[in-house]
Design a protein. Structure first.
Length: 152
């Protein structure tokens, strides 16, 4: 290593990030991983996994998971009732079909989806047919779902 770079690297390591920045980044990464896993469990997990994931999302209380839950309404193979209850808890809106939730989502463009949404959509499209992902390759290649089994 070049000796002139060592002081710069030490400076960046100790002083470039404000105190607590590493902890805040780690907490955000942990939250993202938990939300990503929960989104996967709602869509593809067994009944108990989906139930726990929905409880986690409701307790977390952030609407960034709504898009993934609406997608789950369309493609999950279990009862929609628990997903509908979670959507109502997160948004205050009461709708009973995927179509009505899509209309809600259209009217609430300010609700940005969680980073895991792109990967969840990619998985659904791959299951429908690999040809679907061709249309979305550029926007779905950098999603954070690659670390979960089945998300490759």
């Amino acid at each position: 290593m070049n000796n002139r770079l060592l002081p710069l690297l030490l400076f960046l390591l100790f002083f470039a990030n404000p105190p607590g920045a590493a902890a805040a980044h780690a907490a955000h990464a942990l939250d993202t991983d938990l939300v990503t896993q929960a989104a996967h469990d709602v869509m593809f997990g067994d009944g108990e996994q989906a139930k726990a994931a929905l409880a986690f999302m409701a307790k977390r209380g952030q609407r960034d998971v709504v898009a993934g839950l609406i997608l789950s309404l369309r493609y999950n193979r279990r009862s929609d009732k628990p997903i509908l209850e979670t959507l109502k808890a997160l948004t205050g809106h009461d709708a009973h079909t995927w179509h009505l939730w899509m209309l809600w989502q259209e009217a609430h463009g300010d609700v940005r989806p969680h980073a895991s949404y792109g990967g969840l959509l990619r998985l659904i499209l791959q299951r429908l047919g690999r040809g679907f992902t061709v249309f979305f390759r550029d926007c779905l290649t950098s999603t954070p779902l690659g670390h979960i089994e089945g998300f490759s």
